[in-house]
Design a binder for this molecule. Structure first.
Ligand SMILES: Nc1ncnc2c1ncn2[C@@H]1O[C@H](COP(=O)(O)OP(=O)(O)OP(=O)(O)O)[C@@H](O)[C@H]1O
Ligand SMILES: [Mg+2]
Length: 303
């Protein structure tokens, strides 16, 4: 498999007499979408949390970009999660007291960016997810689908390379689920990033390129989805959600001090969303300004 970004090798986890995971191995290629399915209690969330470094296996290893996560200190692991991973849960876990743009900006602020600098990229991501004009709404003033798209923006704004989603459409009706899956797929595997989504919904799973099924803590099926349609533009699919065109000339972003860090590759946080749309020139995952700081005066010249 080319370019494995996450590799799980012989993971086990036992709670009392229950094997939440019993010898699970799984390699995920960068830029792909994978659904994890299975009955309640089959180990889906346990596997997701282990891949994300939230939960430590009893035995076995998880590697991110070739580096074992278990070799990292607690601090390094939490930094890895903040900078390289994004999370979307069933209930977005957004902060109700904050506005949509503040919720998204917070992810950058936790990585050391000032609020003043963080709101620009946050607003760009909201716009890219069809939420322009709703930046200043509090979460309670948004629909469930809109709130999930705020959660997706928050998961992505840091430049996360892997997005983990646990039942992201579990609380939504089927039409809104499709909208949210469009948004998730379009901004992840449709944009060179990696998506791992736990779901009970076969319609959601069918949208992913690969479906891994668990039963009693073991992988019992691992198939390429026959009808995967990862990056349907919402307009073409007849949905209401609209995406802003890719941002070509970003607002000036003050980058924090370069991150010198642990045993995993680090990307520049806070770069604006350069989404590649089907039918448009460009390589999936390509960024407008890969790895370059933006100029303070907005001209695009490097400082
Ligand atoms: N902290 C824990 N303590 C004890 N048992 C646990 C713990 N976490 C998970 N388990 C058990 O491990 C098994 C797998 O749990 P997990 O949460 O991974 O299931 P799941 O597939 O995500 O289920 P669901 O679809 O209901 O969310 C279950 O039997 C569960 O009861
Ligand atoms: Mg679960």
């Amino acid at each position: 498999m080319t370019n494995v970004i996450l590799n799980a090798d012989r993971l086990t986890k036992q709670y009392g007499s229950t094997w939440a995971l019993a010898d699970v191995s799984l390699a995920l290629a960068e830029g792909t979408s994978t659904a994890i399915m299975g009955a309640s209690g089959s180990g889906k969330t346990t596997l997701l949390h282990m891949l994300a470094g939230i939960l430590t296996p009893d035995s076995g290893t998880v590697s991110f970009a070739g580096h074992p996560i278990s070799g990292l200190s607690d601090g390094e692991r939490s930094r890895l999660r903040r900078e390289q991973f994004g999370f979307v849960f069933q209930q977005g876990l957004l902060i109700p007291e904050l506005t949509a743009v503040e919720n998204v900006a917070l992810a950058l602020m936790l990585n050391g960016m000032s609020k003043r600098d963080a709101v620009g990229p946050a607003a760009q991501w909201l716009a890219a997810l069809g939420l322009a004009g709703l930046e200043d709404r509090r979460i309670g003033q948004l629909s469930g689908g809109q709130a999930q798209r705020v959660a997706i923006a928050r998961a992505q704004v840091t430049g996360a390379r892997v997005i983990f989603a646990d039942e992201p459409t579990g609380a939504l009706d089927s039409k809104t689920s499709q909208d949210v899956m469009n948004a998730l797929l379009h901004t992840t595997s449709g944009n060179g990033r990696t998506l791992v989504v736990v779901t009970h919904d076969p319609n959601v799973a069918a949208r992913c390129q690969r479906v891994v099924t668990l039963a009693d803590g073991r992988i019992v099926a691992d198939t390429a989805a026959s009808q995967a349609s990862p990056a349907v533009p919402p307009a073409a699919a007849g949905h209401q959600v609209r995406y802003a065109p890719p941002v070509q000339q970003p607002a000036p972003v003050q980058q924090p001090a370069p991150v010198q860090q642990p045993g995993y590759p680090v990307q520049q946080p806070g770069y604006p969303a350069q989404l590649v749309f089907p039918g448009q020139p460009g390589t999936p995952g390509q960024q407008a300004h890969p790895g370059q700081p933006f100029s303070a005066d907005g001209t695009g010249a490097q400082r």
